[in-house]
Ligand binder design. Structure first.
Ligand code: NAD
Length: 335
């Protein structure tokens, strides 16, 4: 029996979390889901969007999966998602981006992996108003975090039989901060001679990914570029509805889709549960449930390829729960 913390999140989070949970349970593996709530809805009760007991549950179980949580824009509380990654030192954000057959996209054979540094950079939100008309945000990059994420990218490349790691930066302009990130990646690369290494300036990387995605394999990026390039890569495979992810630390892993809480679709049983379901595939692999992971992956890919019981973003009319039902039926048929 696995004990896993499940944070449904808000917006579309609860619907896709329920779909994911039903799909995973249908594989027959035994999971005790410890449901914990975070975000704006718990503010009035606990005075914080991320109560200590939520962190404690994840620290105890070591494995968590979550739906997206809304972050107020401009003012209000800081991102719960970023806080979770920092508090639990989930330093590596892993986002595999691969084409699924049957999805309408300009590209058909995308197979890219984003490894995003998760703990520092402008994402730390270290900013202030200097005066009424001047704002400042501090970009802090450390050798320790840069080497750690580069090592993660190379180890991942070896474990997954990948060929190349590309470090992405803007070291021509931010010679200090991005320069340190690049220098760290270059130094780490020397320890992995079996994996090809190169670097790209982030703007060029974006153009290259749109024009020649087949030239790239694993990319390692500082936090903010990783965030932006993740959505670009989701666009290459047909949208955020099918882009999974994981936040991984030395002891704890937290799985979540690349997309956010899409508030305007909340409660409509409309959005695609695939990104969270594919995040659960990463989770099942991580906890050693390889057979269940394969079942969920194959069943999801089959439903997407058939294109009948799929959500609006994939050209269908099915709701979130109907798509989950179709995936469960496939899992049962797969035996
Ligand atoms: P979003 O990812 O929530 O949605 C952007 C658009 O992508 C949606 O309007 C929709 O068209 C599409 N989309 C997203 N998920 C989909 C799905 N499962 N199926 C089909 N289509 C889908 O981005 P946003 O609107 O910029 O952000 C909304 C909120 O989510 C913000 O508060 C943001 O801070 C938060 N957010 C949270 C996380 C997280 O929890 N890790 C990540 C990103 C954004």
């Amino acid at each position: 029996m696995h004990k896993i913390t499940l944070i449904p999140g808000d917006g579309i989070g609860p619907e896709i979390s329920e779909a994911m949970r039903r799909v995973v349970d249908s594989t027959g593996i035994k999971i005790n889901w410890e449901v914990q709530h975070a975000g704006a809805d718990v503010m009035s009760e606990y005075g914080t969007p991320l109560p200590d007991h939520v962190l404690e549950s994840i620290r105890k179980n070591k494995i968590a999966i979550k739906g997206p949580i809304t972050t107020p824009v401009g003012s209000g509380f800081r991102s719960v998602n970023v806080a979770l990654r920092k508090e639990l030192d989930l330093y590596a954000c892993l986002r595999p981006c691969f084409s699924l057959k049957g999805v309408k996209s300009r590209y058909s054979d995308i197979d890219l992996v984003i490894v995003r540094e998760n703990t520092e950079d402008l994402y730390a939100g270290n900013e202030r108003m200097i005066d009424d008309d001047t704002a400042e945000s501090i970009k802090r990059i450390t050798r320790k975090a840069s080497e750690r994420i580069a090592n993660f990218a190379f180890k991942y490349a070896i474990a997954e039989n990948r060929k190349k790691v590309t470090a992405v930066h803007k070291a021509n302009i931010m010679k200090c901060s991005d320069g340190l990130f690049l220098e760290s990646a270059r130094n780490v690369a020397k320890n992995y001679p079996q994996i090809e290494f190169e670097d790209r300036i982030v703007d060029n990387m974006c153009m290259q990914l749109v024009q020649y995605p087949e030239k790239y394999d694993v990319m390692v990026l500082p936090n903010l570029y990783g965030d932006i390039v993740s959505d670009l890569c989701a666009g290459l495979i047909g949208g955020l509805g099918i882009a999974p992810g994981a936040n991984i630390g030395d002891e704890i892993a937290l799985f979540e889709p690349t997309h956010g809480s899409a508030p305007r679709y909340a409660g409509q049983n409309k959005v695609n549960p695939t990104a969270l379901i594919l995040s659960s595939v990463l989770m099942l692999k991580h906890i050693g449930e390889k057979e269940a992971a394969e079942k969920v992956l194959n069943a999801t890919a089959a439903v997407v390829e058939e294109g009948i019981n799929v959500t609006y973003d994939l050209g269908g009319n099915a709701g979130t729960s109907q798509m989950a039902d179709a995936i469960i039926e496939k899992i049962q048929n797969l035996g």
